[in-house]
Design a protein. Structure first.
Length: 101
């Protein structure tokens, strides 16, 4: 299986307090708040075993790479794809540490 986990979901709202109260009524628990900035902020991100293999599989289902696959520090390879209905999602591949355990 390629999908390892879903790391985050971004929801754009006018009032964070009102949105937090709304989702609390659905039974969700607020774990914390933080300001996230930068090019990769506010987008949905799925961690996968292998971005290249995942892109091949998803392209066969009509997905298109948005931009390019980039490397974030020594930690991740990242990209965005556009899927069915214009859905935009991010993929992250954790890079193995080169340090011996």
């Amino acid at each position: 299986m390629t999908l390892k986990r879903m790391d985050n979901v971004g929801v754009v709202v006018e009032s964070l307090d009102a949105a937090s109260a709304f989702f609390a009524e659905l039974g969700l628990t607020l774990e914390g708040r933080a300001t996230i900035e930068g090019e990769w902020a506010g987008r949905v991100m799925f961690t996968v075993d292998d971005i290249d293999e995942t892109l091949v599989r998803l392209r066969s289902r009509g997905a298109q790479l948005v931009g390019e696959v980039v490397q974030y520090e020594e930690a991740y390879r990242l990209c965005y794809i556009r899927g069915p209905e214009g859905l935009l999602i991010g993929l992250a591949e954790e890079l193995s540490s080169s340090d011996p355990a």
